[in-house]
Write a protein that binds this ligand. Structure first.
Ligand code: NAG
Ligand code: NAG
Ligand code: NAG
Length: 386
């Protein structure tokens, strides 16, 4: 075999590369390169799942950023959109959305109204999605297996589906649990009855993370659940005693259960770290960020943090029978009564249930650098175990 100049160059380049690699490992870890995000959750991170299967979120959803409804219950982008953007990835397509979707950089299994535990009520009866976390896992599993079969057909399929190796280097994100708590309240359960089933909810959460690990997932970014006692759809539907309202106007009993859930979630994460030795799991305290946004909102340009931007009537500009975009039939015409406010960017709450894009951007900015994470590592370092 002839020994030519180009081999020497290749060897030289390889050495430089190796030295660089070693140096960077010694000096500082380089940011993770996540090729894809697979997201699981509820409306806090639904980018079109419920809309694809059960009807589009109506206008004025999407008005501030997309200019039209975009499968999100928000005037614009969600925290998951900002996370994807900051990792240099496109916004996630919903797995259930069969039109114009491109899954090269991940898929979103979240649907609005999803719970961790399967519910015994229908969407029509209770408003909770039948696509609970176990169903989201079935979908993910099917996607994982069949995307690789379909990808082998080549052509366009190669350009819209992820590579096999991307599944183990992807970031798996979760924001789910809020509806497991509210589903109990809406069935007239007491705060103690809801607390009593939280361990079962967390147990099922543990199972799903392990299932994803077993098929190759390694990097997990888990949001805890927010202060649901500060949201009009809960405060309006389940009044509490005057003494149970905190100084920012939130209903304390529901926030206490959310924090009880979060303490349990933190313990579940500690257990998962023991059970799944090759996983890097980041627990993100979104609760604290959302609560500080509501309690200190005025310092950040947000007025009236408990009142919705888009709704109709009542103390919180919220009516459960006439949601954002709701119309009434008057004198032969449909009249929009639940209209959006002039400037959604000055509101925390969009529609009584969900946060505005401005609030979501604020939340994203606070969590992206790891200051609310355990361990305290930034998003782009979420592939490291220590
Ligand atoms: C639904 O019913 C089954 C059977 O009674 C029960 O085991 C399960 O906990 C129920 N789920 C919820 C969310 O209440
Ligand atoms: C899907 O997205 C990827 C990455 O952004 C891009 O390279 C590819 O061309 C897209 N496929 C189609 C069919 O648009
Ligand atoms: C809960 O209680 C309210 C008021 O008593 C009642 O109208 C409603 O039907 C109850 N809901 C359920 C699911 O039992």
């Amino acid at each position: 075999m002839a020994f030519d100049g180009s081999s020497i160059i290749v060897v030289a380049i390889s050495c430089v590369f190796l030295v660089n690699l070693t140096l960077s490992l010694v000096l500082a870890k380089s940011p993770c390169q996540f090729p894809a995000i697979f997201n699981f959750g509820d409306s806090n991170s639904d980018t079109g799942g419920l809309s694809a299967a059960f009807g589009q979120a109506p206008p004025p959803n999407g008005m501030s950023y997309f200019g039209h409804p975009a499968g999100r219950y928000c005037d614009g982008r969600l925290v998951i959109d900002f996370l994807a953007e900051s990792l240099g990835l496109p916004y996630l397509s919903a797995f259930l959305d069969s039109l114009g979707t491109n899954f090269t950089h991940g898929a979103n299994f979240a649907t609005a109204g999803s719970t961790i535990r399967p519910q015994n009520t229908t969407l029509h009866q209770s408003g909770f999605s039948p696509i609970s976390l176990n169903v989201q896992f079935y979908e993910f599993h099917d996607f994982h297996v069949r995307s690789q079969i379909v990808r082998k057909r080549g052509g366009v399929y190669e350009t819209i589906l992820p590579k096999e190796e991307d599944f183990s280097s992807a970031l798996y994100t979760f924001d789910i649990g809020q509806n497991d708590l509210t589903s109990g309240y809406f069935l007239n359960m007491s705060v103690d009855e809801v607390k009593a089933y939280v361990p079962d909810v967390l147990n099922q959460f543990h199972t799903i993370i392990k299932d994803i690990y077993d098929v190759g997932g390694r990097y997990f970014w888990l949001h805890n659940t927010g202060p649901v006692g500060c949201l009009p759809y809960v405060m309006e539907r389940i009044p509490v005693l005057a003494g149970q309202i905190d100084r920012y106007g939130c209903a304390s009993p529901f926030n206490e259960v959310a924090q009880f859930f979060n303490q349990g979630l933190k313990k579940t994460v500690q257990q998962l770290r023991k059970d799944l030795p090759h996983a890097a799991i980041t627990y993100v305290d979104v609760y604290s960020v959302k609560y500080s946004l509501i309690s200190q909102g005025r310092n950040h340009g947000f007025n009236q943090p408990l009142r919705t931007c888009c709704g109709h009537g009542g103390k919180y500009n919220y009516n459960k029978n006439l949601g954002c975009g709701g119309k009434v039939h008057k004198q032969g015409k449909d009249v929009l009564v639940a209209a959006p406010c002039q400037d959604p960017s000055t509101h925390v709450n969009w529609d009584g249930v969900h946060f505005t894009e401005a609030a979501n951007r604020y939340i994203f900015k606070r969590i992206v650098d790891g200051s609310f994470s355990d361990p305290p590592r930034p998003l782009n370092m979420a592939c490291y175990r220590n």
